[in-house]
Ligand binder design. Sequence first.
Ligand SMILES: Nc1ncnc2c1ncn2[C@@H]1O[C@H](COP(=O)(O)OP(=O)(O)O)[C@@H](O)[C@H]1O
Ligand SMILES: [Mg+2]
Length: 301
Amino acid sequence: MEAVSETSLPLPVFQRGKVRDVYDLGSELLLVSTDRISAFDVVLPTGVPEKGRVLNQMSAFWMRKTSTIIGNHMVESLDDTDSLRRLQSRLNLGDPLPEYLLGRSMIVRKADRVPVECIIRGYLSGSAWAEYRKHGTINGHSMPVGLQESEKMPAPLFTPTTKSETEHDRPLTDRDIAELGLEDVMQQLEDATRTVYTYAVAYAEERGIILADTKFEFGWLNGELILIDEALTPDSSRFWATSQYEIGKSQPSYDKQPVRDWLAGSGWTDNMPAPPLPAQVVAETTERYVAIYRWLTGEDL
Ligand SMILES: Nc1ncnc2c1ncn2[C@@H]1O[C@H](COP(=O)(O)OP(=O)(O)O)[C@@H](O)[C@H]1O
Ligand SMILES: [Mg+2]
């Protein structure tokens, strides 16, 4: 199995993100989830086979499930050769579209992006735990003393951050909200984030999985706020096994944890070029992505 780290389709490029290559189809986009992996905001030189297909198919799974709660951008996930051929004839392309697009590509409606990462946390973990341990705050807000790592929050916390191309994401301030003209929209973003998170938490719980936190992106389409980008994938969420959950320490999670752990132990710092990943770390990461896909959806990839 080979990783697909780069794509070059004979279509205008809308944007290349850290993980997705996005092509412009006019009023729609072709979102291709590659096998690229980023850690600590840096894209690594080694791809992780199957990761892109897991991300795309998991997003498609959740977008189908939540479409009655909130609209989303999905038109069609390209899962079989027929869908690929249809796109090819629609675009009048001479050469066939590459087979590697199968399972990792989605036609979506182009939306006007809200430049905010809508993060919601049911448990104290990751960067929120780091901030709390240092300053006693989460996203700049004071919190009660004595909270423990991975502790369940009395109620999920909405901790939106900036979405910047140039700097690390940071908590959204009132000033950012004013500058972005989002005063009248924040409540709507929070409500949508809470609703989808609450739905997904209950779904995951039935399968023995804790959805500790997640991150959504929204956009405007014809005056309606819709879910865009990806939904409830291991790149945007922390999934823990309920059976292994123990408060007061970090939890094994079904995502890029093997990569983060290896990087942390390798002496790498984010001002150095990212090192290639050992094959073993890549294999373990593929395994985790595929495992959580199967476990959550009950389907094979
Ligand atoms: N429906 C949509 N309309 C417009 N832009 C979108 C839509 N869905 C996703 N995007 C954008 O496409 C890009 C996807 O690439 P990705 O690798 O996820 O980027 P990032 O590095 O920002 O996470 C993101 O910039 C995202 O905002
Ligand atoms: Mg993204």
